[in-house]
Design a protein around this ligand. Structure first.
Ligand code: NOJ
Length: 591
C-alpha cells in the first residue's frame, strides 16, 4: 500500500446532533479536573464546539486487531467499547474506526457489501449504538470510514449491475467495451494500484469493469447522480446514529477520464512487475471537488461533523485545494507531506511543517505518521538503536505544532512492524502478489498489545488472525502505564499538555534557529503572552542550542521544562544554553 500511495502521489496527485453539540458529563468517569480541562479544551480551543476537531487528537482503530471479546482471534466492536477507558486516559478526542461494515473481507473491510449495517463477525448495530453512547460518556466521538470509490463485488448494486447490460444499476459502475477485433483487450492501459490491469472482463455481458483496487472492489460511477444520492444517504444514516464525521477512503480517485486516454508510461517496473505509470487519467480529476462540496453540504445538515480525507498528494499546493476554494470541501485532508518524509532530516521537516502552517490558507493541518497501510513510524524513522527516543521525537512532531493530530493504535506504545516471513503466511492479498518485494500490510496491522498475558491480552482464542509481535511482554499498555519513562506516558503527558497549555493548544507557530540542521526548534505563542519553545535533537550526539526570542518580540531568557525526554518537568534553565542529549526532546515554557 505504501507504494500504492506513493505511486498515486507521483501521478498527479449519538443520536443525531447530540454528540456534536456540547455533551453532558452524565456517567462520565474522569475526575472533575479532567472533565473541566476537556470542557475548556472544547470551548476555548475552538471557540465553537462545532469545531471540536480543530486541535483534536484522533485515534485510528483497526477493528480486526484492537480487542477480541469472543475468543475468535480477531477483534470486534465490543472489543473497542471494552477499551474506551484506556482511550479516555490517553486523552483522545475521537476515534476513527476502519470499516466494520458487512464485507467479504478481501481487503479487510474496504470491500463493503452493505453500507448501513455492521459485519456480523464484528457485532450488531446495537453494539455500535452502545459504543457510540459509551464513547460519548467519555467525551470521545466516533468517526466512520466511508469508502465511496468502490463497493465489494458482492454488494447488491454490483450484483445487479453485472447481471445484464440493461439492468437499471448498469451505469452505477464503470463498464466499457474492450479493444481488439473481438473486444477482449482492456479498454486502456490503466493499472490497479493493487497490481496489473485495472480492467476485469465480465464474460456474462462481455464488457470490462474498472477497479482501482482489487478486482473484488469495482469502482462506482460518480458521474451518476443516483450513486451520489445513495452514498449521501449512507452518510446521513450514520450521522443519525451519532457519528461525528467520516474519513473518506481513496477520495482522490473517484473519477476517471471519460475518453479513456492511456496513462503515461514511465521507465522501469513496479514491485508487481508492471510498467511504472503515472495515474494521470485516474486520480485527482476535477469532479472530486464537486462531490466534496456536495458531501460537505450534506454533513453541514448536522452540526459539528467533520470530513477527513485520505489525501496522498504530491505537494502542499495540491493539499490546500482539498479544503475547497471557499473552504467548503474537506475540513481535514491528511497532510502526508510531513509524516511520510521517512528520514530524520531537520531541513525537510522544518520545510514541510512550516509549509503546513503557512500554505494552507489558515486551515487546520492534519498531521499523520502512522496508519494501517504503511510501515510503522518506529521502523521508518528508527536508526536501529535509538528507536524509542526517536518515537518521542515523532510524538512531538505530531502533537506540538499547530495541527490536528491523527494517530494509529499502538503508535503510543512504540509498536513496531512484524512482517510475515513466508509468503504462505501473508493475509493481505497484495503481499502474496508482490512477494517478496511487496510483503503487504500485515506487519503494521498485528494485534494491539494490551498486556504480557496470553495473546498480549488481545484475545482469549487459541490463535490470532495475525501473529502477536514477539516484543509484547515489554511493549504493551499495562507495562508501559506503570513506567514513568515509557513511550505511552510520554504520549499521555504531551496530549494533556497540548490540551491544557494555551500556547501549545492553539498558539501561533514560528520556526526558531532556522540554520541549525541538527536540531529542529519552534515557538508556540498564544495571544495571552504565553510562549513555549520546542526543540528536538535529530542526531546521536549531544547538541548545544541557544534561543534568542527577541526577534519574536519576547524579551524573557529563561524557561521552565514542561515535558522532556531527559529533563524533569519544572526544572528551570537559561534559553541561551540548552544541552540536548542524543535524540532529546525539550518542551519548555518561556519565563
Ligand atoms: C485506502 C485504505 O486505507 C486501504 O486500506 C484500502 O486497501 C484502500 N484504500 C482501498 O479501499
Amino acid at each position: 500500500m505504501k507504494r500504492f500511495l506513493l505511486t498515486l502521489i507521483c501521478s498527479a496527485l449519538l443520536a443525531g446532533a447530540a454528540f456534536a453539540q456540547s455533551s453532558s458529563p452524565t456517567g462520565h468517569r474522569a475526575s472533575g479536573a479532567a472533565h473541566a480541562a476537556r470542557a475548556a479544551h472544547n470551548s476555548h480551543a475552538t471557540g465553537d464546539n462545532n469545531e471540536w476537531w480543530k486541535h483534536a487528537v484522533i485515534y485510528e482503530i483497526y477493528p480486526r486487531s484492537f480487542g477480541d471479546t469472543r475468543g475468535r482471534g480477531f477483534g470486534d466492536l465490543n472489543g473497542i467499547t471494552k477499551h474506551l477507558d484506556y482511550l479516555q486516559d490517553l486523552g483522545v478526542d475521537a476515534i476513527w474506526i476502519s470499516p466494520a461494515y458487512p464485507s467479504p473481507q478481501v481487503d479487510f473491510g474496504y470491500d463493503i457489501s452493505d453500507y448501513v449495517n455492521i459485519a456480523p463477525e464484528y457485532g450488531t448495530l446495537a453494539d455500535f449504538d452502545r459504543l457510540v453512547a459509551e464513547a460519548k460518556q467519555r467525551h470521545i466521538r466516533i468517526i466512520m470510514d466511508l469508502v465511496l470509490n468502490h463497493t465489494s463485488d458482492k454488494h447488491k448494486w454490483f450484483l445487479e449491475s453485472k447481471s445484464s447490460r440493461t439492468n437499471p444499476k448498469r451505469d452505477w459502475y464503470m463498464w466499457h467495451d474492450g479493444k481488439g477485433p473481438d473486444g477482449t483487450q482492456p479498454p486502456s492501459n490503466w493499472q490497479s494500484v493493487f497490481a496489473h490491469s485495472a480492467w476485469e472482463w465480465a464474460p456474462r455481458t462481455k464488457q470490462f469493469y474498472y477497479h482501482m483496487f482489487y478486482k473484488e472492489q469495482p469502482d462506482l460511477n460518480w458521474s451518476n447522480p443516483k450513486v451520489r444520492k445513495a452514498m449521501y444517504d449512507v452518510a446521513r444514516f450514520w450521522m443519525d446514529r451519532g457519528v461525528a464525521g467520516f474519513r473518506l477512503d481513496a477520495i482522490t480517485t473517484l473519477f476517471e477520464d471519460p475518453n479513456l486516454h492511456d496513462d503515461p508510461v514511465k521507465p522501469g517496473t513496479n514491485e508487481f512487475g508492471d510498467p511504472n505509470i503515472e495515474h494521470k487519467y485516474t486520480d485527482q480529476l476535477p469532479g472530486v471537488h464537486d462531490v466534496l462540496r456536495e458531501l460537505r453540504a450534506v454533513i453541514n445538515e448536522y452540526p459539528g461533523r467533520v470530513l477527513i480525507g485520505e489525501t496522498y498528494l504530491p505537494n502542499v499546493q495540491e493539499l490546500a485545494k482539498m479544503y475547497g476554494a471557499n473552504n467548503d470541501e474537506l475540513q481535514l485532508p491528511m497532510d502526508t507531506q510531513v509524516g511520510f518524509i521517512n528520514k530524520l532530516s531537520v531541513p525537510e521537516f522544518r520545510q514541510k511543517i512550516n509549509d503546513a502552517e503557512t500554505q494552507l490558507n489558515g486551515n487546520m493541518p492534519l498531521f499523520v505518521f502512522d496508519n494501517h497501510d504503511n510501515r510503522r513510524s518506529w521502523d521508518r524513522y528508527g536508526d536501529g538503536s535509538h528507536n524509542d527516543q526517536i518515537a518521542r521525537i515523532i510524538a512531538t512532531m505530531l502533537l506540538a505544532p499547530h495541527d490536528t493530530a491523527l494517530m494509529f493504535q499502538g503508535q503510543e506504545l512504540g509498536m513496531q512492524n512484524t512482517d510475515p516471513k513466508r509468503r504462505e503466511d501473508v493475509k493481505d492479498p497484495i503481499g502474496r502478489t508482490g512477494w517478496p518485494k511487496e510483503k503487504g500490510r500485515d506487519g503494521e496491522r498485528t494485534p494491539m498489545q494490551w498486556n504480557a498475558g496470553k495473546n498480549a491480552g488481545f484475545s482469549m482464542g487459541a490463535s490470532t488472525w495475525l501473529p502477536i509481535a514477539p516484543n509484547y511482554k515489554q511493549v504493551n499498555a499495562a507495562v508501559e502505564a506503570k513506567d514513568p519513562n515509557s513511550i505511552l506516558n510520554f504520549y499521555k503527558a504531551l496530549i494533556r499538555l497540548r490540551r491544557e497549555n494555551a500556547a501549545l493548544r492553539d498558539g501561533d507557530f514560528a520556526l526558531l534557529n532556522e540554520s541549525d540542521n541538527n536540531v529542529l526548534s519552534f515557538l508556540r505563542h498564544s495571544s495571552d503572552g504565553k510562549a513555549v519553545v520546542v526543540a528536538m535533537n535529530f542526531t546521536a550526539t549531544e547538541q548545544k542550542v541557544s534561543f534568542d526570542l527577541k526577534p519574536k518580540g519576547i524579551s524573557a531568557t529563561g524557561a521552565t521544562v514542561l515535558l522532556s525526554s531527559f529533563a524533569k518537568a519544572g526544572e528551570s534553565g537559561d534559553l541561551g544554553n540548552v544541552n540536548l542529549p542524543a535524540y532529546g526532546v525539550y518542551i519548555a515554557e518561556v519565563r
